[in-house]
Ligand binder design. Structure first.
Ligand SMILES: Nc1ncnc2c1ncn2[C@@H]1O[C@H](COP(=O)(O)OP(=O)(O)OP(=O)(O)O)[C@@H](O)[C@H]1O
Length: 328
């Protein structure tokens, strides 16, 4: 279990994390989701004792990370896969880690097999691709067979087969009763992997709930086809209600339930020939939640065309477009 209480981290005069409290429970995958610069990595580094909180406190399995006698056996983390730039082979890297924590060599072989590194285990880590580096980082995180696993952007750089593998792995680890805390900026991936979401924006928690609740709590949108959109729009107007005209006879309404729209239409004697409650995608719910919290706003799509193609290039383009907005 991970318990954070009032965590604050200020770099110079830049508040990166601003009073964050949450509990990550065992037995489920908890996703840590937020736009670039939201404070995910900083929070994870504080959990692992790599950054000292400006104030507040965080415990892993009931203690500060550094107070555990055998931390690798308590908590396994992948924080920066690129950090392992070594002339050692993957096998020797893991063996050295195992040796300093009294972990038997058999476990090294086990995690190499588990992470699909068998074919490259005797190769120098310095020559690894990003995906192989991610697998090695995950192997290292699992080496001590820890109860708590923290993975910062674990699918970064993985091919689709690798993404699926991480998804199944973290679900299996949670099903064994472990605490699994996983950061990502990819909502689509989280929706397939996590049971519970903690959403962070500009250093503050903006949601902490089961994924299904986050979807259900989003203002319900209803698609309405009517021959009198003008009359219905006026009749529905009110606080918390939004009515958008999509096509000449098509409205999208949020903030009013389908039945209430039907009642209003009936009272106005307006013909309605479609009334469809729309299920929000997790992506939409996320955009809704974080719309005021993004530190970096993307430029128009035309700006990113040169790099377009992958989510990753889009993300970098978004950062580039937003450079200079930091601290606003
Ligand atoms: N060592 C540091 N010194 C100064 N500022 C920092 C440092 N580390 C992070 N920050 C700033 O703190 C804020 C939070 O950064 P953090 O890396 O925790 O966000 P993140 O949610 O992990 O983002 P990303 O998805 O881009 O990795 C950002 O504004 C970042 O620029």
């Amino acid at each position: 279990m991970i318990e954070a209480q009032g965590l604050v981290k200020v770099y110079g005069n830049k508040p990166a994390v601003q009073g964050v409290s949450f509990t990550v429970q065992p037995g489920r995958v908890t996703g840590f989701l937020g736009p670039n610069g939201a404070g995910k990595s900083t929070t994870m580094r504080m959990i692992m004792g790599l950054d000292r909180p400006t104030s507040g406190d965080v415990l892993v399995n009931g203690k500060h990370y550094a107070k555990h006698r055998a931390p690798l056996r308590e908590v396994g983390a992948l924080l920066d896969a690129k950090a392992v730039h070594t002339s050692r082979t993957a096998y020797n890297h893991l063996r050295a880690m195992a040796a300093t924590h009294s972990i038997p060599t058999k476990r090294v072989h086990d995690v190499i097999e588990l992470t699909g590194l068998g074919a490259v285990a005797k190769k120098r880590v310095g020559g690894f691709s990003l995906g192989m580096g991610q697998r090695l980082g995950i192997a290292a995180a699992l080496l001590g067979d820890p109860q708590t696993i923290i993975l910062d952007e674990p699918v970064n750089g993985l091919d689709p087969e690798g993404v699926l593998w991480v998804r199944n792995l973290v679900k299996a680890l949670a099903a064994e009763g472990r605490t699994v805390f996983l950061s990502s900026h990819l909502m689509s991936e989280m929706s397939l992997t996590a049971d519970h979401l903690i959403v962070i924006g500009r250093g503050r928690i903006i949601a902490d709930a089961p994924i299904q609740d986050i979807l259900n709590n989003r203002a319900q949108r209803v698609r309405v086809r009517t021959d009198r959109p003008d009359v219905l729009t006026r009749a529905l107007a009110g606080e918390g209600v939004s009515v958008e005209a999509r096509e000449p006879e098509l409205l999208e309404v949020s903030g009013v339930a389908a039945r209430a729209i039907a009642e209003t239409a009936l009272a106005q004697q307006v013909l309605v020939y479609e009334l469809t409650p729309l299920q929000a995608s997790l992506e939409e719910a996320y955009m809704d939640l974080t719309k005021d919290e993004v530190e970096y706003h993307s430029g128009p799509v035309a700006d990113v065309h040169d790099h377009a193609g992958t989510a990753e290039s889009g993300r970098h383009a978004a950062v580039a477009a937003g450079a200079g907005q930091e601290g606003n």
